[in-house]
Design a protein around this ligand. Sequence first.
Ligand SMILES: NC(=O)c1ccc[n+]([C@@H]2O[C@H](COP(=O)([O-])OP(=O)(O)OC[C@H]3O[C@@H](n4cnc5c(N)ncnc54)[C@H](O)[C@@H]3O)[C@@H](O)[C@H]2O)c1
Length: 314
Amino acid sequence: MLHIGIIGLGAIGQRLISQFKNHSEVEIVAVCDQLETLAKESANALGGIPFYTEPTSLIDHPLVDLVYVAIPPKYHHPIVMEVLYAKKHVLCEKPLANSLEEANEMAQTAKDVGVVHAMNFPLNYGQAAAKFAELINQQYIGKLRRIHLTMNFPEWPRTWQKNNWVGGREQGGFVLEVGVHFIQQILKLFGDIKNIRTRLELPDNPEECETGIIATAELTDGTPILIEGLSKLAGKEFIGFTAYGSEGVLSLENWGQLKGGKCSEEIKEISCENISSTNLIEELVKAVNGHEADLYTFEVGYKAQEVLEQLRKM
Ligand SMILES: NC(=O)c1ccc[n+]([C@@H]2O[C@H](COP(=O)([O-])OP(=O)(O)OC[C@H]3O[C@@H](n4cnc5c(N)ncnc54)[C@H](O)[C@@H]3O)[C@@H](O)[C@H]2O)c1
């Protein structure tokens, strides 16, 4: 049994609680949030397990084998470093940190300490993204010509993630919060990203995050990447991740919908029902038990951070 402690019980912390509860080989043994009422409520909902408001108390809990860190990005570094110094396994939310220096120290220390370190990049465990990767690897689109990421948010912060930081410039904004998932996919499927040029639309208030981005970059072979997005606009939220090739086009839309077509044909929805995908919690259990696992380590988080820092250059 893998004993989990959770720090941060907000939107994503609650989502992962449900996933941990569905897995027979893990048990949540303690929770922590700086909001005492939230910590207490969550602990009660989990059968009256211990709860804390101080991360250190949870990290030091002798039963905790793995700490899941689900607090806002600027607190990832200090808390994760404490977990690593305690030599406990760690699952950290994306983005890894709030600067490249922090991300580097976390990735280095995790490697040196030798614990399991992983990031929550859920696209890697979804059927549509798995099918997208499979079709790319099978040359469905032929030779890659262009990668295009669109992120449109009529409302930012989104209705399900209203908090006091995700609309702020210091650690929020959709480039960091949402873009990171697709940067990680580009790095995984297509390799390194170079020659990043970015233009952000920034509100006059220096506390508020970007409301737009147009950025270009290249893969190492020169294949162009276009990243663009806007918030506060009409219409519906739309996130499109598209690869254009010599023989066709493939798009992952709104996280879970796959569409594609061969050149000169209609673009159609592609079914992903029979695709087998892995599961983050199962992979964590495997890794902690010393088996090979499909995890995205702090090294992956660091590489994504490198690109994000350049995209978010003011
Ligand atoms: N992987 C994903 O798909 C995904 C989705 C949403 C959010 N996230 C990431 O998860 C993290 C949390 O996001 P969220 O939307 O749940 O935020 P949130 O603001 O809803 O929740 C964060 C919680 O952490 C608590 N907290 C903050 N600082 C703390 C501290 N020092 N000690 C203890 N508790 C503290 C807050 O009280 C709050 O309850 C962020 O890094 C975000 O980018 C990831």
